[in-house]
Write a protein that binds this ligand. Structure first.
Ligand code: GLN
Length: 311
């Protein structure tokens, strides 16, 4: 069924008007750079699989992609090693624990369970085919750019801020290595993972990534076929299971769309076959999801009647 573009435009404007200044939450502060991003920033964007774009607020502000990068690297891993290897080596289940949990590894026989928590994301980075650290990084940045339909770049400030404070992630990388669950040098995986989190992206670019996932791998802006169509359902399933961390179940229950958040304040939801819905605002709730971002995305989905389980 064709998308009612007038209704979509109205839904985006209404979601922004109602929620862009919602109170509550706090910027992530364990990464020093993120603590300093202005908390009042707020933006929303939708991009359809036909390339229609509707957006409001700080839609072009470049922010750190953070954990949403995990979906891009997973997309590349699915291309490189295929869905079966991803499921066997990394997993497709929720951990039920915070995104940087070490206990999750201990409980699950050192299997990360999900490519969308830090352990599984570093393992995913490690399975990317590359013969050097720079090749691993360049291939991931190139995938991020092709998904977004724009030449994305890493912020040296964000990267510096993360590389000088990411001791917990380094420890997780070594734990994986000790359990034979790391597929390149563990510090290389941690380094490249940290760089991939430091890419800057705008809300419109994020929604374009979402439209590419929604359109079975075809970027609606560049028209490039970025992903193998049969791989996108695996991506969306992983997002449903763990994309919103400890609130993934509540999100599925109340909104019903695959989504992924990042501690930079970004959030991306996918309406399969139709569009990507992205939002950005730095203050996070206790599990690490943008407070305003969740409200804005949920409002658009509700206004348009988009819920996978109600389709
Ligand atoms: N770079 C961050 C980290 O590894 C990303 C976490 C997130 O966005 N949830 O801790």
């Amino acid at each position: 069924m064709a998308i009612d573009l007038n209704a979509l435009r109205a839904a985006v404007d209404a979601a922004y008007a109602e929620h862009h200044a919602a109170v509550g939450g706090a910027n992530a502060d364990y990464i020093p750079y993120l603590a300093k991003v202005p908390s009042e920033l707020s933006g929303i964007a939708v991009v359809t699989v036909d390339g229609d774009i509707f957006a409001a607020g700080d839609k072009d502000y470049p922010f750190a992609i953070e954990s949403i990068s995990k979906v891009c690297t997973l997309a590349l891993a699915l291309e490189d090693v295929g869905p079966q290897a991803v499921q066997e080596k990394i997993g497709a289940d929720p951990t039920g624990l915070p995104f940087n949990s070490v206990i999750a590894l201990e409980l699950h026989g050192d299997k990360p369970l999900s490519p969308l928590v830090n352990a599984g994301a570093m393992a995913t980075t490690s399975v990317i085919k590359a013969s050097s650290v720079e090749e691993r990084w360049t291939r991931i940045l190139d995938m991020q750019s092709r998904l977004a339909g724009a030449k994305l770049e890493m912020s040296h400030d964000v990267n510096q801020s993360e590389q000088s404070t990411n001791f917990h992630n380094r420890a997780i990388a070594w734990l994986l290595f000790s359990a034979d669950a790391m597929y390149c040098d563990p510090m290389e995986a941690c380094d490249v993972y940290t760089r991939q989190c430091s890419t800057l992206v705008s809300t419109v670019q994020l929604a374009t990534m979402g439209a590419t996932f929604a359109g079975r791998g075809v970027n609606p802006v560049t028209k490039e076929s970025v992903l193998t169509a049969s791989n996108t359902p695996f991506l969306l399933a992983e997002m449903t299971m763990e994309g919103m961390y400890g609130s993934s179940g509540d999100w599925a229950y109340t909104v019903g769309l695959p989504a992924k958040s990042g501690v930079g304040g970004g959030i991306l939801a996918i309406v399969p076959g139709k569009m990507g819905i992205a939002a950005f605002s730095p203050p996070l709730d206790p599990v690490g999801n943008s407070v305003r971002g969740q409200l804005m995305v949920a409002a658009v989905a509700k206004a348009m009647g988009y819920n996978l389980y109600a389709a």
